[in-house]
Design a protein around this ligand. Sequence first.
Ligand SMILES: [Fe+2]
Length: 160
Amino acid sequence: MFHYPTEVELLQTMSRIAREELIHFDQVCRIMQTRNIRYGHLSASRYACGLRHLTRSYEPGRLIDRLIISAFIEARSCERFACLVPHLDNELSWFYRYLLKSEARHYQDYLALAKSIAVRQLGKQCNLSQRIELLRQQETELIQAIDSDFRFHSGLPTAA
Ligand SMILES: [Fe+2]
């Protein structure tokens, strides 16, 4: 059972992030439309599926893990936007820089929420940094593994 302030903090932060992500989705759709790029459905990537399997199956560990993993995904997005920005036209370069700043805020929001929930649910003695480090190691393995599908969060491409 959540403590009331934690639940409010979680709902408000997640609601704000969801609104921002939907604005980005709308902006991406408009850019795709102006560039005649067709929208196509993508299944979850190997990276995303691998991360999903790392979450614990019980609360509050499950929620804390999902927040930490979300922080890693946002941080990887920042890393990849930063790599792409110098190679893009003016419109996309500006847009990706704008997304990068937003993802950097989300990354910090998710980590702050994970810490807040861990302290409230498990007490000040809970060792969140140990869990973050374990997930960090597994996330690094996933992002560095070879990928046959090219995605934004793909690992190393297979040799052509
Ligand atoms: Fe985000």
